[in-house]
Design a protein around this ligand. Structure first.
Ligand code: UT7
Length: 329
């Protein structure tokens, strides 16, 4: 039974925060941000918008693009590091807003920027083992502006808000799966290098945690950079090998959009041409679990992929987690 991506959708809030805007907020410069990261601008939600609201727009667009009604969904997942609440899950809140049925399994995935790749493998597996499950909608949805320390120039220039959605179908036909290979990995020994220290059971919220700004993103940028390049390159090589493909046979490489320099380094180590790498970090910044789905949506809506094309998706994020998947469109 073949599982395929039949719809894509993405959404980013209208408000644009440019590098010039950031120059007025912290000691930074457009030149530093552009040359170190490739980012020119990012989108920021208003204070009444939650991750589930961003997800709702992306979900509707993905469903509309395939002509599928929310009532037909069997599986709904949201990957996020900025869920609406600690609990209940953002997917349950989205289910209600979207009008998905109570027979739909709803769950959140926590794998940071690798969340969409983890979600993809989970959903493909679930579509195969859940009886009568035909459609799965998987999302990455992030309101990162809610956990960014706007006084920390080393992190606040990097992140943006957005959501993306992929609609998967198992139509029970003899068509082969679109997922040719999927490599997932993690190394928890690096968990403190990129994290929000407080707010969980290890360090519950208190006056001290708020005053110490411990509810915001903390990152050791240089080390994360090095780990990201190694992990995405390694996972991509294995995913290509398992799919029986070489890098020149890949139409698009879609890396998690964290930093243009990271993407360039991964592409160069893989021996890929820069034209093969899809980049939109300049317009959105790092949107964590949403980034790969936004790229895919732009590629599909831009008519940049044809049936039979092979795509390599690869991600890296807090955990540390990573992944790579080869998809035959
Ligand atoms: O989503 C997945 C996880 N995240 C990532 O993948 C991010 C990975 N890391 C990175 O992308 C890069 O490490 C950064 C973009 C975060 C930083 O770039 P870098 O080339 O590693 O810079 P750095 O941290 O080594 O800092 C170089 C200098 C420092 O000044 P000194 O000590 O040399 O005087 C920083 O204080 O740049 C300074 N700096 C800034 N200057 C202007 C740091 N942030 C800024 C800033 N504007 N926004």
């Amino acid at each position: 039974m073949g599982v395929r991506i039949i719809g894509t959708g993405s959404y980013a809030p209208e408000k644009i925060l440019t590098n010039q805007d950031l120059e007025r907020m912290v000691e930074t410069s457009d030149e530093w941000i552009r040359t170190r990261t490739g980012i020119r601008e990012r989108r920021i939600s208003d204070k009444n918008t939650a991750a589930s609201d961003l997800a709702l727009e992306a979900a509707r667009r993905a469903l509309d693009s395939a002509g599928v009604d929310p009532s037909q969904l069997s599986i709904l997942s949201v990957a996020s590091v900025t869920p609406d609440h600690t609990f209940p899950s953002t997917s349950c809140i989205l289910q209600h807003k979207l009008g998905a049925p109570v027979t739909c399994a709803c769950y959140d995935v926590q794998a940071a920027c690798s969340g969409l790749l983890y979600s993809l493998q989970i959903a493909v597996s679930m579509l195969k083992c859940r009886k009568n499950a035909r459609y799965a909608l998987i999302l990455g949805a992030e309101k990162l502006s809610s956990i960014v320390d706007w006084t920390d120039r080393s992190t606040c220039v990097l992140f943006g808000d957005a959501a993306s959605a992929l609609l998967l179908e198992n139509d029970g036909s003899d068509e082969p799966d679109m997922l040719l290979s999927c490599i997932l990995g993690a190394d928890g020994s690096h968990s403190s290098k990129l994290c929000v220290p407080a707010g969980g059971s290890a360090m519950p919220a208190s006056r001290e945690t708020v005053e110490g700004r411990l509810h915001f993103i903390r990152m050791g940028g240089q080390e994360v950079f090095r780990l990201a390049v190694n992990a995405m390159t390694g996972a991509s090589r294995t995913a290509l090998q398992e799919a029986g493909l070489t890098v020149d046979q890949i139409r698009w490489i879609i890396p998690h959009q964290a930093n243009k320099r990271i993407m360039d380094a991964v592409a160069s180590r893989l021996g890929a041409q820069s034209e093969q790498v899809f980049v939109n970090v300049d317009r959105y910044g790092n949107t964590s679990s949403a980034s790969i789905g936004i790229c895919l949506d732009e590629i599909v809506r831009g008519g940049l992929v044809r049936k039979g094309d092979s795509l390599l998706l690869t991600a890296f994020g807090a955990g540390m987690t990573w992944g790579a998947a080869v998809i035959r469109w």
